[in-house]
Design a protein around this ligand. Structure first.
Ligand SMILES: Cc1cc2nc3c(=O)[nH]c(=O)nc-3n(C[C@H](O)[C@H](O)[C@H](O)COP(=O)(O)OP(=O)(O)OC[C@H]3O[C@@H](n4cnc5c(N)ncnc54)[C@H](O)[C@@H]3O)c2cc1C
Length: 260
């Protein structure tokens, strides 16, 4: 599948489904699977990187082992000239996640973060990550967060998304703009043109199978587009988040997840 996506002119980030593991053994299995993925991507010359979650690496069980596992993978990614994106989970993980990404980035540049536009803190985080030249994926945010940490209204989240996208385009290091929202996509295209950021200065990212028309159109216009492709057995939390975003997609998502 990755090869086919590459043939269509798009790149990939692979997500081995799994989060909130309940044993260190499970966390090790995730790490081992990602090791295999990185090695196979290199062997088959596929243009793809990986996305992982700290709760999948056992952050809730042993912070030190979780950090060691991600550090090890980032080291392997650096050797292979590849890249590890640490997905962002709910706000209880934000500080720990950014802290680990900062630590790994200081050792090797093969690791990047995700910033959620719905969090009030994100403007400060974006500025800090830009200063450190850490690659950022910007998304709106997929978890249910309370009003003391996150904007609740779509209009506020969208406004902050554009604000953060502009900061990333101006000062960021190869940012990724992750959205299927055409209004956001158009705003980012307009900002990039205004600030003279060429299409090789950033990439759009979308979930595999969602808004294929828009993915194709952006690629035809010369923009870089990366697809987030989940695989593996632990599909339930991923499926539920996508369902919450768009209930009409239930059948479509189920078909795609179970086909893999
Ligand atoms: C590559 C990628 C990586 C992500 N990584 C993270 C992460 O690490 N942490 C995190 O919290 N969140 C992550 N997300 C999820 C993100 O935060 C949003 O929850 C999700 O992308 C929906 O927001 P939206 O920007 O697409 O627009 P929304 O405001 O949700 O929707 C706007 C419009 O976009 C279209 N659209 C949106 N979703 C769908 C859909 N499922 N099917 C069809 N059309 C749709 C519709 O036209 C909709 O009206 C990621 C998203 C992407 C694309």
């Amino acid at each position: 599948m990755c090869r086919q996506i590459n043939r269509e002119g798009l790149t990939v980030t692979l997500d081995y489904l799994g989060e909130n593991v309940t044993s260190i053994e499970e966390a090790r299995r995730s790490r081992d699977m990602y090791r295999r993925v990185l090695t196979e991507l290199e062997r088959h010359k596929i243009d793809a990187n990986i996305s992982l979650k700290l709760s999948q690496f056992g952050m809730d069980l042993s912070e030190s082992q979780c950090r060691a596992g991600v550090r090890e993978l980032a080291g392997l990614a650096a050797q292979l000239r590849n890249f590890v994106r640490v997905d962002m989970e709910s706000s209880e993980y934000t500080e720990k996640t950014l802290d680990l990404v900062r630590e790994i980035h200081a050792l090797t540049h093969s690791c990047g973060a995700v910033i959620q536009a719905y969090l009030y803190r994100s403007e400060n985080d974006v500025e800090d990550l830009c200063r450190r030249k850490i690659r950022v994926r910007l998304c709106k945010g997929a978890y249910l967060e309370p009003a003391d940490v996150a904007f609740q209204a779509k209009a506020d989240v969208d406004r902050n998304f554009v604000n953060l996208a502009e900061r990333l385009l101006l000062r960021g290091y190869y940012p990724a703009i992750a959205t299927h929202d055409e209004v956001m996509v158009d705003a980012v295209k307009e900002l990039a043109a205004r600030h003279k950021v060429g299409p090789d200065g950033f990439e759009f990212q979308m979930l595999f199978g969602i808004r294929r028309d828009l993915q194709k159109r952006l690629a035809q216009e010369g923009f870089r587009v990366r697809l987030y492709v989940p695989f593996g057995e632990a599909w339930y939390p991923y499926f539920m988040r996508r369902l919450a975003e768009r209930p009409a997609n239930a059948l479509f998502l189920a078909r795609n997840l179970f086909r893999q």
